[in-house]
Design a protein around this ligand. Structure first.
Ligand SMILES: Nc1ncnc2c1ncn2[C@@H]1O[C@H](COP(=O)(O)OP(=O)(O)OP(=O)(O)O)[C@@H](O)[C@H]1O
Ligand SMILES: [Mg+2]
Length: 267
């Protein structure tokens, strides 16, 4: 694990509408590592995820985010995702009129397009993945995630059940092969079977080529996705880090002992 981390977050401070939410967050994620980020409601987990992806409402007031050795602070959200950062949202949006297959093909072609054509105003290169090749890639990934064939033809997230939305996101991850994937509460609202499918999907994809940052409230998903590290965020900062056993301790003891530890260390 001596390789340079894919993602380096250094003393990150972030404000939303003038209010400081993240107050000095540092974290490193290498390929092949699974990090779980836990913490009470409102501690800033989603703020962190949105900031990583370049949501314009989140203002970085101090610190830096390096992805593959380069600061991403000046990069737009779409540039970050083309570079290989991926985010599965807590509340994915529906895109009526755009099928899952079309959406994924467009997204993959954007990811494959050479960086030089980005932002230059030139039309995107006509190359991209040939339709036939794309269809077999999609079929292979859908099989891996045990998804029904008809799924690809449905409009993205339009009328999808909670579980289907989550699966669609995992499918997107499988097709785009990001270097670092951030998942915000991908486990919420999943029944046991769907949870296992999502977890199997993440495990199948998480190999040496991808690092994962999994934001979750529940120890439950960590029974299926074994994290290498567990971090607890309190009040905009990672207050405590440990191994997989830390999640079990949190389940048993709640967050109070972390908060108390924070007060002790602050005094
Ligand atoms: N766009 C925004 N406008 C105003 N306040 C915001 C905005 N986004 C986040 N906040 C505030 O930042 C704080 C952290 O919110 P965030 O959503 O990051 O927490 P979280 O740890 O993801 O919580 P949860 O576990 O409930 O998902 C909250 O007090 C929230 O109200
Ligand atoms: Mg959240």
């Amino acid at each position: 694990m001596s390789q340079t981390p894919e993602l380096v977050v250094k003393d990150l401070h972030v404000a939303v509408e003038g209010k400081e939410i993240l107050k000095g967050l540092s974290l490193e994620v290498r390929k092949g590592e699974i990090h779980a980020l836990m913490g009470p409601n409102g501690s800033g987990k989603s703020t962190f995820a949105n900031t990583l992806m370049g949501h314009p409402r989140y203002e970085v007031t101090h610190g830096d985010i390096l992805f593959k050795g380069q600061s991403v602070l000046e990069m737009e959200a779409d540039e970050r995702s083309r570079a290989g950062l991926f985010m599965a949202f807590q509340y994915p949006v529906a895109i009526p009129g755009v099928s899952v297959a079309n959406f994924l093909r467009t997204a993959l072609n954007a990811r494959l397009a050479p960086a030089a054509t980005n932002g230059s105003g030139a039309p995107p290169a006509k190359r991209g993945i040939p339709p036939k090749e794309f269809r077999s890639l999609l079929q292979e990934k859908m099989k891996l995630l045990r998804m029904d064939d008809t799924f690809a033809g449905r409009y993205l997230n339009d009328g999808f059940s909670g579980g289907e939305k989550k699966r669609a996101e995992i499918l997107q991850m499988a097709v785009l092969k990001p270097e670092v994937a951030i998942m915000d509460e991908t486990d919420s609202g999943l029944d046991i079977d769907a949870l296992r499918i999502v977890a199997d999907g993440v495990n199948a994809l998480a190999g040496p080529a991808m690092g994962v940052l999994l934001i979750t409230h529940y120890q439950r998903i960590l029974n299926y996705i074994k994290p290498h590290y567990v971090h607890v965020m309190v009040d905009g900062r990672i207050q405590l880090s440990g191994g997989a056993e830390l999640a079990l301790e949190l389940e048993a003891r709640g967050y109070d002992f972390v908060r108390e530890g924070k007060e002790v260390s602050a005094s």
